[in-house]
Design a protein around this ligand. Structure first.
Ligand code: MF3
Ligand code: CO
Length: 252
């Protein structure tokens, strides 16, 4: 069942989204060779606590950390580690913030030091595909319009879209209906209506789209060892078009 939100509720989710967006901008400043993803995770917990907000991922189905920190061939749900990031790494930080009872969800990929041309292109194309998907998040369109726009751009650039993980409705719960695939056919799938709030969160691999799970049963990584990155926003569908609740403004 899709839970449609009132304008008032969307404004509350935007508060959570603003905290999350400002946190991503802080992470961008501190991420460099030598820092560990466990240190970033601690930073996130303290940042949120100081603002009366809560890292919703911690304890979610037993997930042990505030953030998911997925490095290089890790697709998503990477565990923060006590290992220094190195020059050339690419790391995706995914977080869900609860504030005043409402949630926002956003993942962003960061380069560590100097990265390869291929990694740069993968990051650019994935971020572009997110915004192409967001453009389709308007009342009257269908979920397949979003997925198709993302898939076209990604595959047109020689990369592949991960199929095992999808975007989702979000509100007071992290995962609500509908599921939002990052692939699909135009004009297919559920119709988008005003007041829906969804995440769009393409995970894109430089090689094959397939994944395998680590022994920790959480972390997904590419089967071929290729790089994977992810960009995610929480989007409200309104009569004025898509509103990005986790917008970092200059980071487009
Ligand atoms: N933020 C992720 C999502 O987009 C959820 C991470 S799973 C968790 O759905 F258990 F770590 F929270
Ligand atoms: Co999400």
């Amino acid at each position: 069942m899709i839970i449609v939100k009132t304008n008032d509720e969307i404004m509350k989710m935007k508060k959570a989204g603003e905290i999350l967006a400002s946190l991503h901008k802080e992470i961008k400043k501190i991420i460099k060779p030598g820092i560990t993803t466990l240190e970033i995770d601690k930073f996130v917990e303290e940042y949120l606590e100081a603002r009366g907000a809560f890292p919703e991922q911690k304890g979610y189905h037993g997930y042990p950390f505030a953030t998911c920190a997925s490095v290089n061939d890790e697709i998503c749900h990477g565990f923060p580690r006590d290992k220094q990031l190195e020059d050339g790494d690419v790391v995706s930080i995914d977080m869900v913030v609860r504030y005043d009872g409402w949630l926002a969800d956003s993942a962003w990929s960061y380069s560590v030091g100097e990265i390869s041309e291929e990694a740069k292109k993968l990051m650019d194309v994935t971020k572009e595909s997110l915004y192409l998907g967001i453009e389709k998040a308007i009342p009257g369109n269908r979920l397949g319009d979003i997925g198709h726009a993302i898939q076209q751009h990604v595959e047109g650039n020689g990369f592949s879209v991960v199929k095992d993980f999808v975007g989702h409705g979000i509100g007071k719960d992290m995962h609500e209906d509908p599921q939002v695939p990052h692939y699909g056919k135009p004009g297919r799938g559920a119709r988008l209506v005003e007041g829906m709030v969804i995440t769009i969160e393409p995970m894109v691999n430089s090689g094959e789209w397939n994944m395998k799970l680590d022994e920790n049963k959480w972390t997904a990584r590419t089967t071929d060892g290729s790089l994977s990155v992810q960009y995610e926003h929480t989007i409200a569908i309104t009569e004025d078009g898509p509103v990005i609740l986790t917008d970092q403004e200059e980071e487009r």
